[in-house]
Design a protein around this ligand. Structure first.
Ligand code: ADP
Ligand code: MG
Length: 399
């Protein structure tokens, strides 16, 4: 990973106009914010800059307005939440460039915070249009990117601005990059990856990259069925991508050459119908799945074997639940292995990094989220990082 500048390198900001790209794409219901996690993640950067006397202008997108103003997607709706979280007044500016922004900056005092309008109201945002970039930059002195979750997009406010203004990583971006570097950049070995979730097809590039990086690849979830089927196991009516058999064999062959041990489940939890606590529920060896059954979770002995693997490791990076965790009891394996990883992390023998939308829900459900070394809420950007890709928003901060 290349190096990047942080707020420690930013110098004097008193009286300067600092554009801070944050993630304010908040979950909402009936016009009210239902979860302020992303605002809390951005708060340290906002308050640090404001406390140093900067005029802080927040830039963010919300939803997919596709280059047009939309009254239901205005960032004016999140002003109250941001005020509550950072504990100071926040001004709303219904533009991102031009005279209105310039006049608003004139009203702001050093240490004041404003939110500019949804960047995706302008077509130039997603097109990374140099004219829009120049117009936004014209009102500002410094650019700070604190939105790792948007760093896989080369948009005007996630990438373009970093080329025309002095650019720095915010505290949340910094924490994310440092955690990911520890997990996959220069990890302490042995390192294990846990990859689960529904489908191999959605994570092919992740699997291909990981086999060259990690010592142990633990496969769970629906994608384990595809691996098992490719290895000649009859998985009954399990969710399975039979057409990917050749691809899976290639991945297994590459793992072999790279010295990566792939762990597939040998014991599974099956049922004839997908429902909570079904009457047909049973645990069996992978070779004993009936034609009318589907694999919905890993069995307890399989989880114990995986726990033994984690005990020999110093680092684990985890994406994807091991079973259909939303429906009990198919959450059991995910919860059990997550608790093992959490305990090893508490003992100081394991660095544990996890990410992915459903993975974060599953770890919260297991009650271990606070025990992991780092949990990324970045979804798409986290997966692209696991694919070994350079994220444009991060690359633009490097020097
Ligand atoms: P993430 O959002 O963390 O990247 P995914 O979206 O890839 O994770 O996968 C999560 C989904 O995979 C969950 O909805 C879960 O129910 C499903 N899943 C896991 N194991 C199975 C299985 N054996 N059969 C069907 N679905 C499964
Ligand atoms: Mg998901």
């Amino acid at each position: 990973m290349s190096t990047f500048r942080t707020l420690d390198d930013i110098g004097e900001v008193a009286g300067k106009v600092v554009l801070v790209r944050v993630d304010l794409n908040l979950p909402m219901q009936d016009g009210a914010v239902t979860d302020d996690t992303r605002v809390r993640a951005a708060a340290p950067t906002i308050t640090e800059l404001a406390d140093k006397g900067a005029k802080v202008l927040l830039l963010a997108h919300f939803g997919r307005p596709r280059g047009e103003r939309s009254s239901t997607q205005s960032l004016s709706m999140v002003v109250g939440t941001v005020q509550d979280v950072i504990g100071r007044e926040v001004m709303f500016v219904p533009e991102i460039a031009g005279d209105v922004v310039r006049q608003s900056i004139g009203i702001l005092r050093p240490g004041d915070v404003a939110i500019l309008e949804n960047t995706r109201f302008w077509k130039g945002e997603e097109a990374n249009d140099p004219e829009l970039v120049a117009a936004i930059a014209a009102n500002a002195d410094i650019y700070v990117n604190d939105a790792f979750s948007a760093a896989h997009r080369a948009h005007a406010t996630t990438e373009g601005l970093a080329h025309v203004l002095p650019a720095f990583a915010g505290r949340s971006m910094q924490a994310e990059l440092e955690a990911l570097e520890k997990a996959l950049g220069k990890p302490e070995r042995p390192v294990a990856a846990v990859v689960g979730g529904a489908k191999v097809s959605s994570k092919l590039d992740v699997l291909k990259h990981l086999v060259g990086q990690v010592d142990h690849l633990i496969i769970g979830g629906g994608m384990a069925n595809t691996f098992l089927a490719a290895s000649g196991v009859d998985v009954g009516k399990s969710l399975c991508e039979h057409e990917l058999a050749e691809t899976v064999k290639e991945i297994l062959a590459n793992a072999d050459t790279s010295g990566c041990t792939v762990h597939l489940p040998y014991e599974v939890v099956v049922a004839q119908e997908f429902a909570a606590n079904p009457a047909s529920l049973r645990t069996c060896n992978v070779h004993e799945v009936d034609a009318g059954e589907m694999i919905l979770d890993l069995g307890p002995s399989a989880v114990e074997a995986l726990a033994d693997v984690l005990k020999t490791c110093r680092t684990v990076v985890w994406n994807g639940p091991l079973g259909a965790f939303e429906t009990p009891p198919f959450d059991a394996a995910t919860v059990a292995l997550a608790r093992i990883a959490a305990a090893l992390t508490r003992e100081g023998s394991l660095v544990s990094v996890a990410g992915g939308g459903d993975t974060v829900s599953a770890l919260n459900h297991a009650g271990v989220a606070q025990d992991f070394s780092y949990i990324s809420t970045a979804g798409g950007a986290f997966l692209e990082w696991m694919e070994g890709r350079e994220l444009p928003g991060v690359a633009a901060l490097s020097h």
